[in-house]
Design a protein around this ligand. Structure first.
Ligand code: ADP
Ligand code: MG
Length: 408
């Protein structure tokens, strides 16, 4: 069934109407609570700007980090409200609570085109509760914030692509209570993923890295039948290497996944490509001394923190004629300059393929951050997704609750 878009909502007319928007404003902060990468705020602006310009009373709900279901000043959305206001070019009020007295009073005081950001929705344990009734109760209170004085319903715009794979009150339940629409970001992201799954031109190369093998194994299983090559680097390559009997020293290893990796390698031997060399160090630290070794010669007292130059060369060759590329997960600990070359090299190979006409998608918060932090041109890729988990689950073939609910 079709999903209504923001344009459908704008066509209905939103002037003076309360509109609740679920955005993904979960940006990384440093120790002084400065935003280190505003990418997700920037990506949320088009939907919010369109609604303000059309005169809606905009109420934004979002989360930041992983609070434990209780207010945590460290994870207040205050820095986000300021940055969002700057990008929107208008004042963004921050409520001191989510659906409490401050939010209610502020919601009531909104005039056309105003923006109110509710405090971190994960301060309320009902947001992520497994109990449907608890989540529904919070969703009901959120929905009430945008109802008109005559009790007429407001509208809900789902624009937090990074959370649409979560069955949470502000993502899923609230959409069951209000007229619902996909925001610009969600619409754009879904369109790209549909293109990746339905009409991928070949050769199709998938590059996977990052730190958690278990999260990504299901994708490999699903993509191995569709992709021509799957290039594996990052922290996840060591479990694959270990499954071939290679000793990986102190590298990241998920013992429980070794058997699964072995089976994947047996079944898809000509699709899956592992590193041939690794940059190792004796500790996980920026100042650690890098040393390149063969992938099957990782010393027992060292840990692998990046793929080596030989691997970058192999991966670059494999990517050179690709027509479709999906990349999720950095190839190494790119946050430390001494271990960033693998990620940079592979990213450059993807950019080169894109320049030759390939359709390339980067998915994953850290991968997108790597593109920006390593000074790579973000327009060198066809699309940079804001949602790692959500895009992976989509590619796995799973139904995303936050998308499915918009269809109903
Ligand atoms: P994404 O957010 O793009 O999906 P992940 O969250 O899975 O990616 O993983 C990102 C993290 O993986 C980065 O912080 C990076 O430092 C880390 N990483 C990459 N390679 C290694 C490695 N060899 N050892 C430990 N951590 C690694
Ligand atoms: Mg991540």
């Amino acid at each position: 069934m079709a999903i209504k878009s923001l344009d459908d909502l704008l066509a209905e007319g939103v002037s003076g109407r309360g509109v609740l928007v679920r955005s993904d404003l979960n940006v990384p902060l440093d120790d002084d609570r400065n935003i280190t990468d505003p990418g997700r705020i920037t990506a949320s602006v088009p939907t919010l700007r369109a609604l303000c310009d059309a005169g809606a009373k905009v109420i934004v709900t979002a989360h930041l980090g992983r609070p434990k279901g209780t207010p945590d000043p460290e994870l207040s959305l205050a820095p986000v409200a300021a940055a969002l206001g700057e990008q929107l070019g208008r004042h963004v009020q921050l409520a001191g609570d989510i659906v409490g007295s401050d939010a209610l009073a502020r919601a009531e005081g909104l005039t056309d085109g105003d923006v109110l950001l509710l405090e971190n929705v994960r301060f309320d344990p009902r947001e992520t509760s497994k109990d449907d009734a608890e989540r529904q109760a919070l969703a009901r209170q959120l929905a009430d914030l945008v109802s008109g004085p005559d009790g007429s319903p407001g509208a809900f715009v789902s624009d937090g692509f990074g959370v649409v794979h979560r069955k949470q009150a502000s993502v899923y339940d609230v959409a069951t209570l209000l007229p619902r629409y996909a925001g610009r970001l969600v619409e754009a992201e879904v369109k790209v993923l549909q293109q990746l799954t339905s009409s991928s031109e070949r050769p199709y190369a998938v590059v996977l890295g990052g730190s958690k093998v278990s999260d990504k194994l299901a994708v490999i299983e699903n993509l191995a039948t569709k992709a021509d090559s799957i290039l594996i680097g990052g922290g996840m390559c060591f479990t694959f290497l270990a499954s071939q009997g290679v000793s990986v020293g102190k590298s990241l290893l998920e013992e429980g996944m070794i058997e699964t990796c072995r089976k994947l390698l047996d079944t898809y031997a000509d699709v899956i490509h592992l590193p041939v060399d690794i940059v190792v160090a004796d500790k996980f630290a920026a100042e650690a001394t890098p040393e390149t070794v063969r992938a099957d010669e990782i010393p027992d007292d060292k840990m692998g923190l990046d793929i080596g130059p030989g691997t970058v060369e192999r991966f670059t060759n494999l990517l050179s004629n690709a027509k479709t590329v999906f990349w999720n997960g950095p190839m190494g600990v790119f946050e430390f300059p001494a271990f960033a070359a693998g990620t940079k090299g592979v990213a450059e190979a993807i950019i080169a393929a894109t320049g030759k006409g390939a359709f390339s998608v980067v998915g994953g918060g850290d991968s997108a951050a790597a593109v920006r932090q390593l000074g790579l041109p973000s327009d060198g890729f066809s699309h940079i997704s804001t949602g790692g988990g959500a895009s992976l689950e989509y590619l796995e073939g799973k139904k995303l609750p936050g998308i499915a609910v918009l269809e109903e």
